[in-house]
Design a protein around this ligand. Structure first.
Ligand code: 5GP
Ligand code: ZN
Length: 111
């Protein structure tokens, strides 16, 4: 069973940041920085590569809205937005997700 599908179905608890009919966003359980957010399609896709275009576009639309919100609310200086594709690139959960990681001037290099 996919852990992110379980989160979408509320079988596993998460700190939900945003939800609509097709997209879900929640705080990362092991944050790189305060506010580290994951944006995912509710429908199971393995990665960016197999996510249908309309759904992929909406994931990024929500990511943009949440990144703007993070910048305002946390007053961060920047944000890393990234999606790891396959294990070799660091993907540990095989359900497409976009990371939003708040960054601050002088903080530790993470990417
Ligand atoms: P990846 O390494 O696949 O790019 O990112 C997966 C992310 O999912 C990791 O940053 C990890 O901390 C997060 N994660 C894994 N399991 C859970 C979970 O059960 N709940 C939440 N909120 N985050 C999770
Ligand atoms: Zn899934």
């Amino acid at each position: 069973m996919c852990i992110f599908c379980s989160i979408v179905n509320k079988e596993i608890p998460s700190y939900c940041i945003y939800e609509d009919d097709t997209v879900f966003a929640f705080l990362d359980i092991n944050p790189t920085a305060k506010g580290h957010t994951l944006v995912i399609p509710k429908e199971h896709c393995i990665s960016f590569l197999d996510c249908p275009a309309t759904l992929r576009n909406h994931v990024f639309e929500v990511a943009q809205m949440l990144a703007n919100r993070l910048e305002k609310q946390l007053n961060c200086d920047g944000i890393n937005m990234l999606s790891n594709i396959h294990e070799a690139a660091g993907q540990s959960v095989e359900h497409f997700h976009v990371h939003l990681i708040p960054r601050y001037k002088g903080d530790t290099e993470i990417i």
